[in-house]
Design a protein around this ligand. Structure first.
Ligand code: GTP
Ligand code: MG
Length: 356
């Protein structure tokens, strides 16, 4: 699967670039790639289960899952005005990390800071960009209908449902659509349909976001994941040699970097889960979508494994960790033989049996 990308969005000066910098920071310096004026930071997804498996198998190679953050170079004024530009720049995102300024007194526009209003305004921008697209498409279809062309009627019905929802203040991700309906609008890449992780960029005086109550509640009401993240502090932590990090965290009353939670939350927001393959050569996490089947999982490893798929030998990583070895799992009868249609669970350890 091509790397799934979480785009950082938010109001002017909310701290998008600072969050990106903190995520890309390593003790050896920042690590990211560029795509035009956009910056792409691919980071490893910390996973305690995978780390334990590494300690059990002592593999030559250890490969965690990855997720990519994008600091989009939007033209000045793109957020809060031209919806067309938003569509052009954000359509490719798989999900959003919406950074909300939660430090200081004034926002980037020089007005008194109001994080809840800032969140609502960005969410509204996304919905309005969709509405504009929907209305334009509906007009086109109406013209077709006048000429007696009815093939787009089913699409029109879905678009009307979406339009009504947005006008009632809903995001498209909240609208219940059937698989068939979703398919009819998939090519639009609607922005308010994408999942959103809200990142409160807090001040250094509030690293855990104690002052973020109203924003937190607003996110809860909207069923959006919420996370407090102090970008400059996290950048500093990530830049320290590992042996110095614990002491630094303790000074701030933190038990682990928020960066870990942010990356894990991003992975969940993208609706991704991991399954693992283990052995003396390699302990590795593979990324699939929640609900993907065993044969899709096999295809991630190799197309031949999907083609010749016979069975997926499967055990939950928690069980393997308890029993220590695959042989012990097999003996105890907890190593299951699953077929092509098995819905892979997050943290499954899988060995594909295939005729190749
Ligand atoms: N005090 C404080 N300042 C911050 C924090 N995060 C960002 N800033 C400052 O806020 C300003 C804007 O931060 P950026 O990270 O560039 O924000 P941005 O959202 O990328 O801004 P644009 O891309 O210009 O819209 C910079 O001067 C940062 O130093 C923070 O957590 N605390
Ligand atoms: Mg920026």
């Amino acid at each position: 699967m091509a790397a799934l990308m979480l785009y950082l969005i938010g109001a002017r000066s909310a701290g998008k670039t600072s969050v990106f910098d903190a995520l890309s920071q390593t003790p050896a310096g920042p690590h990211y790639a560029s795509k035009g004026a956009h910056r792409l930071g691919t980071v490893k997804v910390p996973d305690a289960r995978l780390a334990v498996l590494r300690d059990l198998f002592h593999p030559k190679k250890y490969i965690p899952a990855e997720v990519t953050f994008v600091d989009v170079a939007l033209p000045p004024g793109a957020v809060g005005s031209g919806f067309g530009t938003l569509n052009a720049f954000l359509g490719e995102a798989d999900a959003f990390a919406l950074v909300v300024q939660s430090f200081g007194e004034m926002d980037g526009a020089g007005k008194p800071l109001n994080p809840v209003a800032q969140l609502d305004s960005i969410l509204l921008d996304l919905a309005m960009a969709d509405l504009e697209k929907i209305e334009r498409r509906i007009e086109k279809i109406e013209q077709e209908l006048k000429r007696g062309l009815k093939q787009s009627l089913p699409e029109m019905e879905v678009l009307q449902t979406c339009k009504t929802a947005i006008e009632a203040g809903q995001a498209l991700r909240e609208v219940q659509l059937t698989t068939e309906e979703l398919k009819r609008i998939s090519s639009f890449s609607f922005l308010s349909q994408k999942r959103v992780l809200v990142v409160a960029n807090t001040g250094e005086d509030d690293p855990v976001g104690e002052k973020c109550g109203p924003l937190r509640e607003s996110c809860e009401a909207k069923s959006l994941d919420f996370l407090a993240f102090c970008a400059p502090l996290e950048a500093e932590i990530a830049g320290l040699p590992p042996e110095d990090q614990a002491g630094f965290l303790a000074d701030y009353g933190l038990d682990e970097p928020a960066r870990i939670r942010l990356i894990q939350a991003a992975y969940r927001t993208l609706d991704l889960i991991s399954f693992f393959t283990v052995g003396p050569d390699e302990v590795r996490a593979w990324t699939i979508r929640r609900g993907d089947t065993a044969v899709i999982a096999a295809s991630k490893i190799h197309t031949d494994l999907a083609r010749g798929f016979i069975r997926a030998e499967t055990v939950a990583s928690s069980t393997l960790i308890e029993m220590q070895t695959l042989a012990a799992c097999r003996e105890a009868g907890v190593l299951r033989l699953e077929g092509k249609g098995y819905g892979v669970q997050d943290g499954d350890v899988i060995e594909i049996r295939a005729s190749v």
